[in-house]
Design a protein around this ligand. Structure first.
Ligand SMILES: O=P(O)(O)OC[C@H]1O[C@](O)(COP(=O)(O)O)[C@@H](O)[C@@H]1O
Ligand SMILES: [Mg+2]
Ligand SMILES: [Mg+2]
Length: 338
């Protein structure tokens, strides 16, 4: 596959190599890319079309939804619900499983999505994105139930995100086929392959964590960030730089591009709320973990590989520590030593 080819051609070519392929997966990825192109356009136009600011509604997480959270969710449903490629859909913005309209053709895939990630950045024109995870639907289920979605991240057959930043970039991986990056050429509306078989540098000197939570951190995380801040004189023995965009999509994209470690660990604040972390397992942690691992990085809770977690709820949360292998291994070691 050559740099410069379109997403559509890439998918068709990949499918040619999969003897059992029926074309449905190609159709599904095409539906997702259409949804992302539309969301990219809406995000880009933002204030021009009165799309900034909050909607007067809350999602199941108790968060005030942004107008673009709600609209992106609608765009996602519209693009996927009628083409016969999915059997069911779960998103951050809907409490329960979305059931296809009566009579709608059913497909063989289940989708879990964060229609707009980094919502707190929408109104201030900072990069946001869409995250998606693809599972196989159980063959014998006409209308998937919640439990049909509760599968460990290792069962994902594909995962991806679309970043709406200075340019719009679609990044995805299908199991065993590496990580590919496509950039949207808005002139003729096609995603073009701009980087293929992406690998995350094993080493890094850049960490990302919301330091305003430091008083709530567990000792291993405190020890690690103190060591990064201590630089050459510290126990890691090298200087680190820091970044925090507050859009997980942008953090992961930076790490895929130049390495780094991203951390949203469990802390006393989330524990006090009875939560297992800040980020959601099914449509944030799992898809990003598949992408990071396929690009030679690691993704862990500090105690466990994220993709091995057996989910119990569709909106459950998980601690996330991901990125360059050497640093994630170090944080895991600090947890073990603690
Ligand atoms: O507000 P904080 O603590 O910096 O958290 C930022 C994190 O929250 C998120 O915005 C949560 O995602 P949503 O915007 O989809 O709810 C992540 O993208 C980001 O990493
Ligand atoms: Mg999110
Ligand atoms: Mg979101």
């Amino acid at each position: 596959m050559y740099i410069g080819t379109t997403l559509t051609n890439y998918i068709i070519e990949t499918q040619r190599n999969l003897p059992e392929a029926t074309g449905e997966f190609t159709g599904l990825l095409n539906d997702i890319s259409v949804a992302c192109k539309r969301i990219s356009d809406l995000v880009n136009k933002g204030g021009l079309i009165g799309m900034l600011g909050s909607a007067d509604s809350e999602n199941v997480q108790g968060e005030t939804q942004k107008q673009l959270d709600v609209v992106s969710n609608d765009v996602f449903i519209e693009a996927l619900a009628h083409n016969g490629h999915i059997a069911g859909l779960v998103t951050e913005e809907m409490e329960d499983v979305y059931h296809l309209p009566k009579g709608a053709p059913r497909g063989r895939y289940l989708i879990l999505a964060d229609p707009l990630d980094g919502s707190s950045n929408i109104d201030v024109n900072i990069s946001v994105g869409t995250i998606f995870s693809i599972l196989k639907a159980p063959d014998d289920v006409e209308d998937p139930r919640t439990e049909d979605f509760l599968r460990p991240g290792t069962e994902q057959i594909a995962a991806g995100y679309c970043l709406y930043g200075p340019s719009t970039t679609m990044v995805f991986t299908t199991r065993g086929h590496g990580v590919q990056m496509f950039t949207l050429d808005k002139d003729f509306g096609e995603f073009i392959l701009t980087r293929k078989d992406v690998q995350i540098p094993q080493e890094t000197q850049e960490f990302a964590i919301n330091v305003s939570n430091s008083r709530f951190w567990e000792p291993p995380v405190k020890r690690y960030i103190d060591a990064c801040l201590a630089g050459k004189e510290g126990e890691i023995g090298k200087d680190f730089n820091m970044r925090w965009v507050a859009s997980m999509v942008a953090e992961v994209h930076r790490i895929l591009t130049r390495g780094g470690i991203f951390m949203y660990p469990i802390d006393e604040k989330t524990k006090a709320k009875g939560q297992r972390g800040r980020l959601r397992l099914m449509y944030e942690a799992n898809p990003m973990s598949m992408i990071v691992e396929q690009a030679g990085g690691l993704s862990n809770t500090g105690r466990k590989r994220i993709l091995d977690i057996q989910p119990e709820e569709i909106h459950e949360r998980a601690p996330v520590i991901l990125g360059s292998k050497q640093e994630v291994e170090r944080v895991i070691q600090f947890h073990q030593e603690a």
